[in-house]
Design a protein around this ligand. Sequence first.
Ligand SMILES: *Cc1c(COP(=O)(O)O)cnc(C)c1O
Length: 484
Amino acid sequence: MRYHSTRSHTPEVSAMRAILNGAAPDGGLYVPAHMPQIDLPSLARLSYPEVAGQLLHAFLPDFDQADLQAAVNQAYAAFDTPAVAPLARVGNTWVLELFHGPTAAFKDIALQTLPRLMAQARRQLTPDTAYLVLTATSGDTGSAAMRGFADIDGFSVLVYYPSAGISQVQQAQMMRMPGANLAAIGIRGNFDDAQAAVKTAFLQGEALTGKRLALSSANSINIGRLIPQVVYYIKACQELRDKKALLPGQAVDFIVPTGNFGDILAGYLAKRLGCPIGRLVCASNANRVLTDFLQTGLYDKNRQLVQTLSPSMDILISSNLERLLYYALEEDTQQVNSLMADLRQQGRYQLDKKPLEYIQEHFLGASVTDEQTKAAIRTVFDEHGYLMDPHTACAWAAQSALPDTSNPRVVLATASPFKFPETIISALHLPVPDTLEGMWQAISDVSRQALPAALRAVMDWPIRHTALVDKTEILKDIQRRTKP
Ligand SMILES: *Cc1c(COP(=O)(O)O)cnc(C)c1O
């Protein structure tokens, strides 16, 4: 199994190399040269970590299979349930809970695994090179990457996040995360400013950081982050079959709260592997670039980024869409290249009718306002006693885009509601406590749910990372922290 860029069929590289590099040198994203054949029914009786081990082995055959299995076993032992991604029944809808990991958001599912894979690849390919994992985050990726790479030999992590515009809990997680090889830096600026500086740093490479340090990425452009996310789609379909909620001839519709398009693309890969998936609903907040694209084929990022109640979805350039374009264009890398050049030069591109129709067969877009998100939190709690975080609630509200069918529906729940207490308190019209602990207590009391242990620990850790830089100083800051 070899990998190449979405922008060129050559050169092909090994899975280890693709995972260490993060992005392809030509700016494209790595895709497998062909889809592996996986006998899904043979996975039916396996545990979550066992399915993950099998799937990773199929996609990453140059890794030692026992090492892969050990990596996922360790990764999912850090979750607070052996099911890893349990399925809850809420009215006529199923909710797939992806937030049971150590930072209480779905990024843990991949970011508990990826660092272990990168460490194995480094030992094999480049044991003398130290890696700097450089990350721009709008919230959850930062803490999950820090947690995943903490004390992993040969790797250090530098995270830049907008100091205004992420939740209090997200900020506390990053400022307090223990680990000698980690740093989180707030910026005066927004997520796009952080992202732009990080992209420039990657282009400058060793000119910026010196020869002994290689840059890599933990963002979902890394193929090693995508593959672990395919697992829960396969497990969910299997579980619905076992519960007789998915009958022969039916397919499952998944509703996915979407930002960088990584989570939902993993669903598309699961479908290509033979999982009985019907529609993948791409739920967006007021930043409706993807909704417009899925309806018209015009991708246009020339608009203002809006801050919403679902900050991890506040994004105008959804990187992983490039991988879907590659498949929709029947793997024609030249056409992908030319669309991405349009995006760079004009901030927009128009997809032709035929590939657009292909995408519309599989995907449906829906944009949800903050008011609709809050209303979903409130009504689902009132009617079913189930509490959703704002990202999950956005996906819940996007169900209305689906035509009425007898297909079972699964909403992906990407964060614990305790991660966004301000929004929950406001949506439920509760009196506003003045401390974070007070908010957590109020939510715990009303929902009769315990605060996840993952979050309880955070406020006991001392504050370690207080640096704050201007958006114009990010590159200088990287250089200062990395030059010997
Ligand atoms: C990252 C994130 C998303 C978006 O996932 P993508 O893979 O970037 O589309 C949605 N919800 C939460 C809570 C997240 O952290």
